[in-house]
Structure formats: structure tokens, C-alpha cells
Design a protein around this ligand. Structure first.
Ligand code: ADP
Ligand code: ASP
Ligand code: MG
Length: 403
């Protein structure tokens, strides 16, 4: 069997954990399997590097940031190879250049395009464990890129697809995918099986246990995933096309604090205004989520929408740049202390009343809703970020998602 095993930052945070991971991989290797390991940077290394960059230059270029951040993953793969070697098992570490992990050109949030598998296959055929840097790629300028925070999951799934691996295992610091972040909702329940679609919604709406692009890619290439703990042997969660019907009609609750709301007031109430507004943002690769447009009044209307908090300033600047031209308006305001809370579940389609039940739970918990957005399999509300824990627990309780 060819097995891809990915370990996150906490799983390789120190010497003891590195040896723990090394031993888990060697177990599979000794059974005769081919083993490819994908690692994240140790512990909170990526955050530490980002802070260092900010201290030196708060406006550092995205290219230099990627150059810096990729060192985190390079450190962990080299140390892991040394650990395995000291245990008497041949191992080799490879970075994005050595593998040739080709991505789109954009720094900070690049997409994987094509992976060469020759070098990895060659190393595997020499009976080596191959340890690959997660999160990083190279672009057409021969520069390092990164895949966005949490992107090592995507590296692992992409490798599993490219190598036609028999298994892709994502090891982390929780026992699997839960009905809500177990750090916020103490009695959240572990889900045994979940569909790609539901997992994709949860991940996109803030359940950071899997990078959303990794789920997108797993679905596209039919890579079945197992999410499990690196610290124990419990079974984990299987992510696949059709999950067992034991599921409730709501599979989980997620929150996203990396959210900001931008309100643009008194735009002209005429055709093309929304198009121009969102087109300017799209041209700068800014994703927009919940959109609200007011009823037109006296020839003007207001539009507000949410974006990721880390691009809010850029978004405001883009709109400001067009205020004297195509986007005449009275004001552009940004509110950062907001968060999204969502319920997700494929069963929602055939169960009316999910939204009402969620709103009732929030009302009972005295949480005010600022904005609402629904799709076939999710309901999202925008609330004050200080209300997140209360809201998550109230909604989780209302849908009886605990054991
Ligand atoms: P890694 O470094 O292993 O990639 P992450 O921190 O990226 O780990 O992801 C694991 C974390 O995701 C957990 O510690 C947990 O707090 C958080 N999380 C958020 N939502 C969920 C969920 N629905 N199920 C499990 N974990 C979740
Ligand atoms: N080290 C990167 C991050 O912290 C990638 C990852 O952990 O998946 O975002
Ligand atoms: Mg992660």
C-alpha cells in the first residue's frame, strides 16, 4: 500500500512528538508499505514567523512573507528525517522545489496546479520514507508560494491524488471531526463519517480542522480521507462521497472569527452598481460572503457584505479608489468585531424550520443577529464576536448534536 500521512503543527511541536510521529510512520513502513509523510511547521512556528515579519516591516511584501514562512515546514521535515535515521530507518526530506509542487503565481494563497511525482517515486522505490514540506509550492517565477493558512492538508491530499495513494490520513490534535469545535463546545460529538459536501461547507465556514481546499480536492479526485489524532489510536472521522445515514439532518456548527463587515451607504440606485462594486473586489481576488442590499430610497441604496478580516482594509481602499468614479456613495465603514456562526447539514434541504430553530436558540441566548445568509445546506448568521461561544453552545444544544 502507498500511504500519505499528514501531521499538523501540534503533532510535531517538540522532540518527543517528533519521535512519536516517526515511530507511527515506521510502523507502517515496517509492514512493507510505501510511506509519504507531509508535515506542517512545528507548533506555532508560522505565527511566530509572521510576528517577526510584522516587527521588522508591517507592510512586508507577500513574496518575502512566503520566503519566510516556508522555512517553518523545511525545519520540521529535516528534523523528522534525522529522527527516523536515528531510529535506523532510511528517510529523505524534500521541499517544494525538490518535488516540483507547481502553483499559481499569487503569493500567500496560491493554488496547486501540477505535482511531479518522479522524485518521490524514485525515493520510495529505494525503500525510503519520503517526508515532504506541507503548505508550500513554487510558481512560474521560481519563487516560493504558500497555500493559505492550514494549507498542509491540501498538500497531503494533492500528493495522495497525484501518487494514487491507497490511503490519506490527516493526523491532528483532536480525535476527528466534531459536531462543533471541541474547544468551544465542550460536549461536541465526534462524527464517524461525513460527506465531502458537508465537510466542505464546515471547513469553508470556519471549522479549521481541515483546509477547505483539501476537501475540494479530495472530492474532485475521489480521495477518501481519515482525520484522526496523532496522540492516540482512536478511529477518527472518514470523509467520503456517501456517508452512512446515521447522521442527523444537521451535521455540525461552525464559527469564523476572521470576518469583517463592510457597509457602503447611499450608493446610486441604478443598474450596474452591485456589479461594479463586487467586480472591483473580485479583480483583487477578494472573496465576499454575506451580502445585504437595502430597499432603494430616494434614488439611493445601501449595500453591506462580509469579507475575511485580513483583507478588509484592502477592500475598503479599493472602494475608496472608485468613490469619485463608478461608485459614488456617502460612506464606507468597516466593522471588525463580528463573527459568523453557521449550521451545516445535507438533511436541511428536506427539513424546513432549521433557520427558525437556530434563530430561536439565539434569541433564547440573547444574541443579536446582524445579517443572515442561507443556502441549501447551511444557515449562517453574523453576530458580535464576543457572543460566539454563547451562540455556538446554544445552537449546538438546540439541534441536540451532543451524545
Ligand atoms: P493541525 O495543526 O493538526 O492542522 P489545526 O489547528 O489546523 O491542526 O486543526 C485542528 C483544530 O481544529 C482543533 O484543535 C480544533 O480546535 C479545531 N476545530 C474547529 N472546528 C472543528 C471541528 N468541527 N472538529 C474538530 N476540530 C475542530
Ligand atoms: N504551517 C501552516 C499554518 O500554520 C500550514 C499548516 O499548518 O497547515 O498555517
Ligand atoms: Mg490545520
Amino acid at each position: 500500500m502507498l500511504i500519505v500521512k499528514k501531521f499538523g503543527g501540534t503533532s510535531v511541536a517538540d522532540k518527543e512528538r517528533i519521535f512519536n510521529v516517526a515511530k507511527r510512520c515506521i510502523e507502517d513502513y515496517n509492514k512493507g508499505n510505501e510511506v509519504v509523510v507531509v508535515l506542517s511547521a512545528m507548533g506555532k512556528m508560522t505565527d511566530v514567523l509572521l510576528q517577526q515579519a510584522k516587527d521588522i516591516n508591517p507592510n512586508a511584501s507577500k513574496r518575502e512573507l512566503d520566503m519566510l514562512l516556508t522555512t517553518g515546514e523545511q525545519t520540521s521535515v529535516a528534523l523528522m528525517a534525522m529522527a527516523m535515521d536515528s531510529l535506523g530507518v532510511p528517510a529523505v526530506s524534500l521541499n517544494a522545489f525538490q518535488v516540483a509542487m507547481n502553483t499559481t503565481a499569487n503569493y500567500g494563497n496560491a493554488r496547486l496546479k501540477r505535482i511531479d511525482t518522479d522524485r518521490i517515486k524514485h525515493e520510495l522505490s529505494n525503500r525510503r520514507i519520503v517526508i515532504v514540506t506541507g503548505f508550500q509550492g513554487i510558481n512560474k517565477y521560481d519563487d516560493y508560494t504558500t497555500l493559505g493558512r492550514g494549507g498542509s492538508d491540501t498538500t497531503a491530499v494533492a500528493l495522495a491524488a497525484a501518487l494514487r495513494a491507497d490511503a490519506c490520513e490527516i493526523y491532528t490534535d483532536v480525535d476527528g471531526v466534531y459536531t462543533a469545535d471541541p474547544r468551544i463546545v465542550k460536549d461536541a460529538r465526534k462524527i464517524n463519517e461525513i460527506t465531502y459536501d458537508e465537510m466542505l461547507e464546515l471547513a469553508s465556514l470556519g471549522a479549521g480542522v481541515l483546509h477547505n481546499r483539501s476537501v475540494e480536492m479530495a472530492k474532485k479526485y475521489g480521495v477518501q480521507l481519515v482525520v484522526r489524532s496523532s496522540l492516540n489510536n482512536s478511529e477518527g472521522t472518514i470523509v467520503k462521497e456517501d456517508a452512512k445515514l446515521e447522521r442527523m439532518f444537521v451535521s455540525g456548527v461552525a464559527c469564523d472569527r476572521n470576518t469583517a463587515r463592510i457597509a457602503v451607504t447611499k450608493l446610486e440606485d441604478k443598474p450596474g452598481v452591485a456589479f461594479k462594486l463586487f467586480n472591483h473586489l473580485a479583480n483583487h481576488n477578494i472573496n465576499v460572503d454575506i451580502i445585504l442590499q437595502s430597499v432603494g430610497r430616494e434614488g439611493t441604496k445601501d449595500i453591506s457584505f462580509t469579507v475575511d478580516q485580513d483583507v478588509a482594509k484592502e477592500a475598503v481602499q479599493i472602494i475608496e479608489n472608485h468613490r469619485t468614479g463608478s461608485l459614488k456613495c456617502e460612506s464606507v465603514d468597516v466593522e471588525e468585531n463580528v463573527a459568523k456562526v453557521s449550521v451545516v447539514g445535507a438533511g436541511m434541504m428536506s427539513n424546513p424550520g432549521v433557520a427558525a430553530k437556530m434563530f430561536e436558540a439565539l434569541y433564547n441566548a440573547n444574541v443579536n443577529i446582524k445579517q443572515i445568509c442561507t443556502s441549501e445546506i447551511r444557515v449562517t448568521v453574523l453576530i458580535q464576536d464576543s457572543d460566539v461561544d454563547k451562540a455556538m453552545n446554544a445552537v449546538h444544544d438546540a439541534f441536540e448534536l451532543s451524545e
